[in-house]
Write a protein that binds this ligand. Structure first.
Ligand SMILES: C=CC1=C(C)c2cc3[nH]c(cc4nc(cc5[nH]c(cc1n2)c(C)c5CCC(=O)O)C(CCC(=O)O)=C4C)c(C)c3C=C
Ligand SMILES: [Fe+2]
Ligand SMILES: [Fe+2]
Length: 368
């Protein structure tokens, strides 16, 4: 196997640190060809669909992609913004704000964002960081709860990238923050802010993205981590057991997924006489197709059709300042031990270098 050519090594170059916020990915455009390309990459990942490859290849290419690409594209079109896909827009803004927050705290780190599927791709971002001389990389998955389908797929993508690299950096990887006070507080503040403006529903439904039930039986901690997030948030909000409900959305395929399923549960609640429900999705740190279309539009429609009167969707933490502070806290904790705060000598050296560069530019200007 040939390894990718690394930038020329130079003695004494300062070791730079980078943080990469990684989210799932999204199509480039809300049209069938783009969605097909994205779904093909996503659903071909053996971490996402654990069916023998040859059989799955036939099902995916013969049935799923031809049908789903245009159906999903129509859904993406409903939530697309002028800036692009909400998932990408929010993740990009979070990375920019995290950069600012860590910088204010004195950390000299680069912060980028990348996607497991689609763009900006993880390999592109990791290559760029290598070119920029970053030799310490902290990977921050955008998922609070660990799941092999999401978190481990990032791990696979990162490690398989570096299998082709000659000069590998130091690597760190955050596994989860489902029970981290920084995340729970950001969720609590988001719910409270919504209640302060809109009053409070009879029930708060926490809808997490589902996974096949089989993965729980095989030892994936995702289900337990979702319940722990819910329990801690319920405690922070002072909710009784009757006021809080966990459900799982986005079932894909025919197999049983984690239950109770979100949409049928909401319809049953309405049929049982519940008038107002508040719904939040604490498995997502950015609003996306799954929250904006599936919950805020589809599930709302189902609840109202079944006799409910008021449906309140509470947005994800997105760029909420409390969450950006929390994300910075979690990130800084995982950067510990890496010298990210420049020493006085390094600061002086940087000032000298800047001075030399400015002088050179002046001389160049005078010579012209
Ligand atoms: C938050 C964690 C997520 C888990 C766990 C997860 C598992 C999972 N998802 C699918 C299939 C699809 N998911 C789709 C979209 C999608 N999924 C997540 C997150 C998790 N998925 C996000 C953030 C998004 C939205 C992306 C966006 O562009 O906004 C889709 C595509 C949309 C569609 O066609 O419905 C599919 C398909 C499986 C099979 C799975 C676990 C086995
Ligand atoms: Fe998904
Ligand atoms: Fe979905």
């Amino acid at each position: 196997m040939a390894f990718n050519k690394a930038p020329q090594y130079t003695h004494g170059s300062p070791v730079k640190t980078a943080v990469v916020l990684v989210n799932l990915g999204t199509p480039d455009q809300p049209d069938a060809p783009s969605v097909r390309r994205y779904l093909k990459q996503f659903l071909s990942d053996p971490r996402v669909v654990e069916i023998p490859r040859a059989i799955w290849w036939l099902i995916l290419n013969g049935i799923i992609l031809p049908i789903r690409a245009s159906k999903s594209a129509a859904k993406y079109a409903l939530i697309w913004t002028k800036e692009g896909s909400p998932l990408k827009v929010h993740t990009g803004k979070q990375a920019m704000l995290l950069r600012g927050q860590l910088g204010e705290q004195g950390h000299a780190v680069k912060v980028e964002y990348a996607m497991s599927y689609g763009n900006p791709s993880l390999p592109d971002v990791l290559n760029k960081l290598q070119t920029d001389g970053c030799d310490r990389i902290l990977i921050v998955p955008a998922y609070p709860q660990y799941s092999a389908t999401t978190t481990a797929s990032i791990f696979d993508a990162v490690t398989s990238h570096y299998r082709k690299v000659r000069n590998v950096p130091e690597l760190r990887f955050i596994k989860h923050y489902h029970d981290d006070a920084a995340y729970i507080n950001a969720l609590r503040n988001t719910v409270q802010a919504h209640w302060d403006v809109n009053g409070r529903g009879e029930k708060l439904v926490l809808s997490f993205h589902g996974v096949p039930k089989r993965t729980l039986m095989l030892g994936d901690p995702y289900h337990c981590e979702c319940y722990k997030t819910a329990r801690l948030l319920g405690q922070e909000l002072g909710l009784s057991k009757d006021e809080l409900l966990v459900t799982f959305q986005s079932r894909f395929g025919k197999a049983e997924w984690l239950q109770p399923y979100t949409a049928p549960t909401l319809m049953q609640l309405a049929k049982d006489g519940l008038k107002r429900v508040d719904v939040m999705c604490p498995g997502f740190t950015s609003d996306c197709l799954e929250t904006l279309e599936e919950i805020s539009l589809e599930a709302k429609h189902d609840f109202l059709e079944a006799g409910g009167k008021e449906f309140h969707y509470i947005a994800c933490v997105n760029e909420d300042p409390g969450w950006i502070a929390g994300l910075a806290e979690i990130t800084a904790r995982h950067l510990q031990g890496w010298p990210t705060r420049p020493t006085e000598a390094e600061k002086t050296e940087e000032i000298i270098q800047l001075g030399i560069a400015a002088n050179a530019a002046k001389q160049l200007g005078a010579a012209r």
